[in-house]
Write a protein of this length. Structure first.
Ligand code: GRF
Length: 206
């Protein structure tokens, strides 16, 4: 069974979707490691509840040589589990080219907005509307602030360019008139949870 490592910084509801699929015998791999840069990330608890190894690798100083040491520690923990796939499921740190070279073609990321295939600045939706490609950590709020009619989610391979890289899966989510960041993000996450299980299965089944 291919091994999967999940990196996260928060609640881990996408991790839970993978764990539920695994428990139901519907995952083409096995989550063997969950790593977080935040001690309070509930995703660590979800891993422990499921009897899966959970590691907290703290990053004390976001910049400078200590960051590189942190990334080396992180890579060392992950490498020890020899994962076939590394899923960034709400992991709020950018990984360097050096890290990615250590795990070539094995790192995928979930992003709560639509991203284009060509690395460009716009996305054309299924109904032909051209909207901005939203990148960064606040894209759900950005979609609301810009008054977009639709947003969505993307799963892509990770490259050194933030929120970029070949698209693996994408789904649209309409924005409702009374949406808040919370209601919209929750509807996006409901779609993301289905998409991540399907995408992991597709990748691991070759
Ligand atoms: C998801 O919306 C993902 O796209 C983003 O962070 C969120 C993680 O949600 N990168 P959860 O922690 O899995 O509930």
């Amino acid at each position: 069974m291919p091994a999967i490592a999940v990196l996260l910084s928060g609640s881990g509801s996408n991790l839970q979707a993978l764990l539920d699929a695994q428990a139901a015998g519907e995952l083409a791999g096995e989550v063997t490691l969950v790593v977080s840069d935040r001690a309070q990330a509930y995703g660590l608890q979800r891993a422990l509840n499921a009897g899966i190894a959970a590691a907290y690798v703290p990053l004390a100083t976001p910049r400078g040589p200590l960051r590189q040491q942190w990334e080396e520690r992180l890579a060392g923990v992950i490498a020890a589990f020899e994962p076939d796939l590394i899923v960034l499921a709400g992991f709020m740190r950018v990984l360097s080219a050096r890290f990615l070279e250590r795990f070539p073609d094995r790192v995928i990321n979930q992003h709560p907005a639509l991203l284009p295939n060509d690395g460009g600045d716009t996305v054309t939706t299924s109904s032909g509307i051209v909207i901005p490609a939203l990148r960064g950590a606040h894209v759900v709020a950005d979609a609301l602030r810009l008054g977009l009619p639709v947003t969505g989610c993307t799963i892509h391979r990770v490259t050194p360019r933030v929120d970029d890289g070949p698209i693996l899966a994408r789904a649209e989510v309409p924005i409702l008139p009374d949406d808040t960041v919370e209601t919209l993000h929750e509807r996006i996450k409901a779609v993301e949870r289905r998409l991540i299980v399907a995408t992991v299965n597709r990748l691991l089944q070759g």
